[in-house]
Structures are given as structure tokens and as C-alpha cells.
Write a protein that binds this ligand. Structure first.
Ligand code: G3I
Length: 388
């Protein structure tokens, strides 16, 4: 009897182990097939050759991308393609403290001014990123800024930088990434030097100072990881709503939410209904919304480039179909325009060593299925012209 039971038990264990091996073997294959089916079923046909900036403009939207002085000043072909596709530009790094503040008493506007002139010469709008952030702070910051002088240092920076570009800016990311529920605070705020020195009021102070320095610019609170149906991102959406409600209740001049939109292909559950509800809740506060740093990490995608590109385009399609349906959304910017210039290659490389392809144009500035997905999304978007 005992022998028979242990034989059956043994058999079960082997079967179980076999199943695990099978699952481990089958799962990637199923994912592969799933991805191929997803890629194949999508329709990315686009009418005409109009650039994205014109397709967005035709619906009362604004389209553009991030780039840098280094990229545009040294790559004339890219500069031309950029100006063709983009109606607005945001500097990747040139308007952060690290680039603008070589020392506690000095400001360096060289790169920012070059980009402002580039935008003006090419009929593009300009937006600023970012006045207050816990990253990209200059090396002298830690030794020179403290509880006693932080407010004066912050207000001087905002008055000088926003004042310098006053009247030239479409919008400013006044405060960037101030939310991190994982830090355990009841208000969900991230523990940053600004919070440590000035308390939660640093956000209100920053917006009031920006409104004074440039009354024309749209003042934006910008944040990331708000897009997917995960407990972490749900917690972030709740914390961002709480922050925005608080700012509005205190009549702090925040006018828009910037949703960065760093997306992931086939890594996290996307729930259109939940994202639609979040966008509507933000709009319900009387705020505008911009997608400020859109790109699609493709490190988990398998298959050849043609399949990968269609999968990345599918992520753009699903996301923009939801986002552009919300009338409070006024614009979309990619964080980069061509796969030749993207932060993702350095930060989220592919295991197979192949180049990442997160953006609408490829390494040679050719339009990809992602470009087609964005063009279709703008062409199919409800017009804002009629409603405004
Ligand atoms: O320019 C210096 C160069 O002189 C030096 O040799 C080199 C090596 O240290 O560093 C170069 O500066 C780098 C800069 O990018 C320019 O490429 C900084 O180290 C590096 O930290 C900086 O990274 C930027 C990062 O923000 C931090 O500011 C990325 O380019 C930029 O894409 C990234 O953008 C952020 C947004 O601001 C906020 N949302 C997420 C997004 C991606 O992380």
C-alpha cells in the first residue's frame, strides 16, 4: 500500500515538475504567438504625408518632442526632420539646474537660448522642463543650500529663469516628480531636498513664483508612472489627485497636469477605463492635461524588427486613443523623436543587444509604424477647435 502511494506521489511530483518545465518553455512561446497575433491584427494605414505637427494642429492639439542643443546643433538633417514633424520643443537637459547653474550666484542660458532661437526660427513653440526637481541638481547644491536659504535660493532661481524666458514659453513644468507614496508619507510626497528644507508648501511657493515671473506660460505639475493598472501606479494616481486637489483648494496657480507617458510594451496591464477615469478626474478639477515625455520601452519584445515596430505602434495606438478622447488633453510630446537619440538605450537596453526602437522615427529618421499610429490617433481625435 505504502509503496503504491509513494509511486503515485512520485508520479505526481514528476508530472508537476514536467508541467513547470513545460510552462517555462511554453509561456515564452505563447507570449511570442500572442505578440505576433497582436502585431498582425493592427491597422496602421494613414492618409497622406502630412507631418504630425500639422495633423495635431488640424484638431486644435499641439505635437512635439524633446531634444537637446547637442543633437540639433550638430545634426542638421535631424534638425530639419525635427522642425518638419514638431510644433513644440522641450529641452531634454538644458533648462535643468545642472545645465543652468554652474555656481550658486550664476546662470548659464547659452544652450536654452540656442533652443529658444531654434524654435522661433522654425515656427515652433517652446516649453520649459523643469524649474523644481530633486534630480539634475548641480554639484554645489548640497553644500550650499539649507533650511535657512532654500526659499530664497528657490525663488531667485524661478524668478530669474522663468523671467528670462517670459513671454516665449508655451508652458513650464514648474515642479517635476514630487510624488512617491513608497516614501511612506500620508500625503504621498517624495522626500526631496526641497521637501526637507521647505515642507510641502515648496510646491505652492514654486507655482506662485512661476506665475509672477511669467504670467503667460501654462504652469504644469509633471509626473511619471501614472499609466498602467498596477497597485503602485494606482497609488500614484491617487496621490497625484490629492496633491492637485490640495493645490486647487489653496488657489495655487497650477493650470495643467503633465503625464510623462514613459510606456512599456508587453510588460504591464493597460486598463483604458481606469486611465480614462483618471484623466476625467483631473479635467474635473478644471486642469488641462499634456502628455509630456511619451516613448515606448521595447526591451521585452521578441521577434524581428518588423514585428517589434508594430507592437510598439500598437502601444502608441491604444494609449493615444484613450488620451486624445479626453477634451482636456491639449498636447502630446515624445521624449525624443528618433531612435538615434533616446535615453532608453542607456537606461533600458534590450537583453539581446539589439538597438531600442521606442520613438516615431528610426535611426535614419524614417517614419515607423509608431509614427503611423500617432498620425492616425491625431487624425481620429475629436477636434478641440469646435469646443474652444
Ligand atoms: O552633458 C554631460 C556630459 O558633459 C558628461 O560627459 C556626461 C557624463 O557624465 O553627462 C552629461 O550629462 C548627462 C545629461 O543627461 C546629458 O546627456 C547627465 O549625466 C545625465 O544625468 C542626464 O540624464 C538626463 C536625465 O533626465 C537626468 O537629467 C537624460 O538625458 C534625460 O533624458 C532624463 O530625462 C528625464 C526627465 O527629465 C524627467 N522624466 C524622466 C526622463 C528620463 O529619465
Amino acid at each position: 500500500m505504502y509503496k503504491r502511494r509513494s509511486f503515485v506521489f512520485g508520479l505526481g511530483a514528476v508530472a508537476g515538475a514536467g508541467a513547470c518545465i513545460l510552462t517555462d518553455k511554453v509561456k515564452p512561446l505563447m507570449a511570442d504567438i500572442g505578440q505576433k497575433i497582436d502585431a498582425a491584427r493592427r491597422d496602421f494605414t494613414v492618409v497622406g504625408e502630412e507631418p504630425l505637427r500639422e495633423r495635431a494642429k488640424a484638431k486644435g492639439l499641439i505635437y512635439g518632442a524633446a531634444s537637446s542643443y547637442q543633437e540639433l546643433a550638430k545634426d542638421a538633417e535631424f534638425a530639419n526632420r525635427f522642425a518638419e514633424e514638431c510644433g513644440i520643443i522641450v529641452p531634454v537637459d538644458s533648462m535643468k539646474w545642472k545645465a543652468q547653474r554652474p555656481s550658486p550666484k550664476s546662470f548659464d542660458f547659452k544652450q536654452g537660448d540656442w533652443l529658444a532661437k531654434f524654435a522661433e526660427d522654425r515656427g515652433m513653440q517652446l516649453r520649459g522642463h523643469t524649474l523644481i526637481w530633486h534630480q539634475a541638481l548641480p554639484d554645489w547644491f548640497e553644500a550650499n543650500v539649507n533650511k535657512q536659504n532654500a526659499e530664497q535660493v528657490m525663488l531667485e532661481h524661478i524668478a530669474t529663469v522663468a523671467g528670462h524666458y517670459a513671454g516665449k514659453m508655451h508652458s513650464w513644468d514648474v515642479v517635476n516628480e514630487a510624488i512617491l507614496p513608497a516614501n511612506g508619507r500620508s500625503d504621498g510626497l517624495r522626500r526631496t531636498p526641497w521637501l526637507e528644507f521647505l515642507g510641502p508648501e515648496y510646491i505652492d511657493l514654486a507655482f506662485q513664483a512661476a506665475a509672477q515671473a511669467d504670467p503667460q506660460a501654462l504652469l504644469v505639475y509633471n509626473d511619471h508612472r501614472l499609466d498602467y493598472d498596477t497597485p503602485e501606479m494606482e497609488g500614484r494616481r491617487v496621490a497625484v489627485m490629492k496633491l492637485l486637489e490640495g493645490l486647487k483648494s489653496r488657489k495655487t496657480p497650477v493650470q495643467a497636469l503633465g503625464i510623462q507617458g514613459h510606456l512599456f510594451a508587453h510588460e504591464m496591464p493597460f486598463n483604458p477605463k481606469k486611465l480614462r477615469q483618471f484623466l476625467s478626474d483631473v479635467a474635473g478639477l478644471g486642469l488641462k492635461i499634456m502628455i509630456t515625455e511619451l516613448d515606448v520601452t521595447d526591451r521585452r519584445l521578441r521577434g524581428d524588427i518588423a514585428v517589434r515596430d508594430r507592437l510598439v505602434a500598437g502601444v502608441y495606438q491604444d494609449y493615444l486613443d484613450v488620451v486624445l478622447d479626453e477634451p482636456a488633453v491639449i498636447g502630446v510630446l515624445n521624449w525624443g523623436l528618433s531612435d538615434r537619440y533616446t535615453w532608453i538605450g542607456a537606461v533600458r537596453p534590450r537583453d539581446d543587444g539589439m538597438g531600442v526602437r521606442p520613438l516615431p522615427l528610426d535611426q535614419d529618421f524614417k517614419r515607423k509604424p509608431a509614427w503611423q499610429a500617432m498620425a492616425r490617433a491625431f487624425d481620429n481625435a475629436p477636434s478641440r477647435l469646435l469646443s474652444s
